[in-house]
Design a protein around this ligand. Structure first.
Ligand code: MN
Length: 492
């Protein structure tokens, strides 16, 4: 699996030969100081690597060829300390396949009153140079993130770190393998989609495996593996059931699935209650504990949400909070306190648990199998996002909704599944009107670990449409935006 520790971001400093060797020495020393300072700031999730100065077309083109070919290079960050004419960047940019961030900063925070002269101006002219640099990216319609601010400041470093997460998500996406146990739930539209187009656009290898292969794998699982898995359940969860056989069966399911995933390099998977041939329970606790370990999951064959669950988990690695496969289920429409209740039949990731989850065993009304063990818990409070990717026919659209998680005001003692409650922005009625207008699915990824801007940058890197629903959203305006966007995307 691709790890953060393997990833580097290349810091490239634009300049030219015009100002003489002494200036170039200073440019290099300043760039090195900035790279060291940015790495030492503790806000970047991966190492920024000094990759020298770009003084000619050939230098940049050569660097881009190297970056494209290097699996450890997750993206390039460019800054122009001195003027660096942009025609010499065109050939490299035309070949670039890695994510690109333009960091518009300058070496000194302030203008030194006594020291400033024309030599100083020629060295410290990012305000001038980065405009020339920005033009060519605009002219070439390059996907890019522009970050503006003084490099020592926390918000700038945090933005750069956030963009690194988007770029890392793109790298994860481009080698992601999704396993589908069986097909999609019959007759459901939003979980369908063009898997060939998804592989072209996102890199996802989405393929099916018969449930029978899982049944066969379960027969090969040994006692010791099941016991190790049960020991982990005991360390993480409270047992609130006497039906230990049902819990044991989930451990068997988990071990067998993990064996298949590790053997085949799978990071996300789906299943459906309509295709459980040879299984005694629908995986519940098993899927929940696999999600906790970072696997993406989608119910009812929803491979798009499975892939995005994994990608967003990887983007958010190292941050507190959680990321989970989620489903809008039912509402509380009490005036002034309108809330959505999110859950699933079983499979909500325990990274969202506000306390220690309980293992319970209850009947499942659908699927016609034995009572499955599952984790039951309440979600936390605080800001979060929902993310849905839908197939619009010819393109993918990502919809991101800002929400405020609230601790459930009701105890719901007879609800046998994990539950999370939230107030969508700007309010339940307006926000949901926007979500439905945009075509947002009933399945989504709920995350408290990744920002809307980070998902927007991810969508831009992947070349897909992005729609955000926030505090400022208004259905009338959104309708116009969707109409115009539809025309634009059809022309692309
Ligand atoms: Mn569902």
């Amino acid at each position: 699996m691709l790890g953060w520790q393997d990833q580097r971001f290349w810091f490239i400093t634009g300049t030219q030969f015009l100002y003489g060797e002494e200036t170039l020495r200073q440019v290099e020393a300043h760039a090195r100081t900035m790279v060291d300072g940015l790495n030492a700031g503790g806000r970047l999730p991966a190492t920024l690597e000094m990759r020298g100065l770009v003084r000619t077309n050939a230098e940049f083109t050569g660097l881009v060829r190297e970056a494209n070919a290097d699996p450890a290079c997750a993206g390039i960050v460019v800054w122009c300390h001195t003027f660096s004419p942009s025609k010499m960047w065109i050939n490299g940019f035309a070949a670039l396949t890695k994510p690109y961030c333009h960091l518009h900063t300058q070496f000194n925070r302030t203008i030194p009153n006594e020291e400033i002269d024309m030599d100083y101006m020629n060295l410290n002219q990012a305000a001038h140079a980065d405009r020339e640099h920005g033009f060519i990216a605009a002219r070439m319609r390059l996907p890019r993130r522009v970050i503006v601010g003084f490099w020592e400041d926390e918000p700038v470093q945090a933005k750069l770190g956030g963009w690194m997460r988007s770029a890392f998500g793109a790298a994860v996406s481009r080698q992601l393998k999704v396993m589908r146990f069986g097909d999609n739930m019959r007759e459901v539209a939003v979980t369908e989609g063009d898997k060939v187009e998804a592989q072209i656009q996102f890199g996802w290898q989405v393929n099916t495996t018969p449930v029978g292969a899982l049944v066969d794998e379960m027969e090969a699982v040994g006692e010791a593996e099941i016991e190790a898995c049960l020991a982990e359940y005991r360390s993480l969860y409270d047992f609130a059931t006497d039906n230990l056989e049902a819990v044991r069966y989930q451990a068997l399911l988990e071990v067998a699935m993990r064996r298949i995933f590790e053997r085949e390099g799978i990071s996300a998977y789906t299943n459906t209650f309509e295709d459980l041939y040879g299984l005694r329970q629908l995986p519940g606790l098993a899927s929940q504990n696999l999600m906790r370990q970072g696997y993406g999951y989608g119910g009812e064959g929803d491979w798009k949400v499975a892939a995005m669950t994994h990608i967003i988990k990887r983007m958010g690695e190292g941050r507190p909070g959680g990321t989970a496969f989620m489903e809008d289920y039912t509402y509380d429409l009490t005036p002034g306190r309108e809330l959505s209740l999110g859950a699933h039949m079983l499979e909500v990731c325990p990274t969202l648990a506000a306390g220690r989850p309980r293992i319970e065993v209850h009947p499942l009304g659908i699927g016609g199998r034995e009572d499955p063990a599952r984790l039951v818990f309440e979600g936390p409070a605080g800001p979060a996002l929902l993310c849905s990717v839908i197939d619009m026919g010819g393109r993918f659209r990502m919809i991101v909704h800002e929400i405020e998680l609230v601790r459930p005001p009701l105890s719901m003692p007879n609800l046998p599944v994990a539950r999370v409650m939230w107030r969508p922005e700007p309010d339940l009625y307006t926000g949901t009107e926007c979500w439905i207008l945009a075509g947002g699915a009933h399945h989504s990824v709920l995350t408290t670990q990744v920002s809307g801007r980070e998902l927007e940058d991810f969508a831009e890197i992947m070349g897909i449409e992005f729609v955000k629903i926030s505090r400022e959203s208004c259905p009338e305006r959104l309708k116009q935006e969707l109409l115009l966007a539809d025309l634009v995307w059809k022309l692309r």
